[in-house]
Ligand binder design. Structure first.
Ligand code: 5GP
Ligand code: MN
Length: 333
């Protein structure tokens, strides 16, 4: 896709991603914002996202993000990045519906394509990789390169997961030419945790339970504990990977309470289970090795329902045990 071509004649452009924005979502949205500002200086370009974590404040455009979305004038082009339109923040939906043209760019295997124009590439490591491909390279500068790099490292676990392709590495190599301090960026946005985030991680590991003969693991944080440590969802990013990294585990589940009898569920797996199928059954989505959904019921109801689907896949051996799919992951994965 040539992104600029999609914006021909547009004077009002909006960009959004999914709720609880992760590194790829924030990086792609702000990279596209920077690019369009640069190429179309006469146009109004607006980013609508829920308030992203403080670690992304270093990305140019962070302070221009509108989390309330009070605008009512229709947009000429409305981009939805790293997400299906159903997962955008509630307050942006009306504007999306009124836009003259909607464009959906994503790499989630669960996204069938939505909007007037869509570009869905499950093989791509990240949406940031797609944005890189869709822009004129002469527009790249240090800020834009850094925004794209953040997107890529967060979805590949710093070039670690199987979604990392030779092309991903080539793009990474091109981006670091722009001279931002990438070791610092990786440390401070991906690996570093606050003391409290580390305490909560410890608690999650301590209270985890293995099941299905030790092949699966689950851990859950309820609202009371989250309030005690004063943590929010952004503090919990990446915790599920610590569960998955445990020897012998083929499928890891991390849940945290979002409401009375409601949990946000993160799923991670190896080649034994296609968790995008499990999440999709419960109205969520994602990638084969990293997916999520929101579930209602008690903790035990949720785990019972999830394990039924996980078990089915393990027993039927229907999960493609190739290990070479398009996996994507968020922070610290
Ligand atoms: P995480 O567990 O890190 O929140 O998400 C893992 C992957 O699944 C990410 O690529 C994320 O975008 C996707 N994902 C998480 N929750 C949902 C959901 O509720 N719906 C959809 N469609 N995708 C999700
Ligand atoms: Mn992504």
């Amino acid at each position: 896709m040539n992104i600029l071509q999609e914006c021909q004649g547009a004077s009002r452009i909006a960009i959004t991603g999914h709720v609880r924005p992760d590194g790829d979502c924030v990086g792609s949205c702000l990279a596209l914002w920077q690019y369009l500002q640069k190429k179309l200086p006469q146009a109004l370009v607006q980013v609508y996202l829920e308030q992203p974590a403080e670690i992304y404040a270093r990305v140019k455009g962070y302070d221009r993000i509108d989390s309330r979305c009070g605008d009512t004038d229709p947009y000429d082009v409305f981009f939805v990045l790293d997400s299906v339109p159903e997962r955008m923040m509630e307050s942006a939906r009306k504007l999306y519906g009124q836009a003259r043209k909607t464009v959906n760019i994503d790499h989630h295997i669960s996204n069938q394509g939505a909007g007037d124009v869509f570009w869905i590439v499950p093989e791509a490591s990240s949406t940031a990789e797609l944005i890189y491909q869709g822009i004129d390279k002469e527009a790249l500068d240090q800020d834009l390169a850094m925004a794209l790099y953040i997107g890529i490292i967060h979805d590949t676990g710093v070039f670690q997961y199987s979604n990392t392709s030779p092309k991903t590495m080539e793009i990474g190599a091109d981006l670091i030419r722009y001279g931002f301090d990438f070791p610092k960026l990786i440390l401070e946005t991906f690996y570093q945790r606050t003391y409290v985030q580390s305490q909560v991680l410890g608690r999650v590991l301590l209270e985890s339970i293995r099941f299905m003969e030790g092949s699966c693991i689950v851990s859950c944080l309820d609202r009371k504990i989250m309030d005690f440590y004063e943590v929010e969802h952004a503090d919990l990013d990446g915790i599920v990977n610590h569960l998955r990294n445990i020897e012998g585990i083929h499928c890891a589940i991390f849940m945290y309470q979002t409401d009375v009898l409601e949990y946000k569920v993160s799923l991670r797996s190896d080649e034994w289970v296609d968790v995008s199928r499990v999440a999709a059954f419960f109205g969520g989505g994602g990638h084969k090795r990293a997916a999520g959904c929101t579930m209602r019921g008690t903790f035990h109801d949720c785990v019972n329902n999830l394990s039924l689907h996980i078990k089915q896949q393990m027993e039927s051996g229907s999960a493609a045990r190739t290990g070479s799919d398009s996996e994507s992951n968020s922070r610290r994965e």
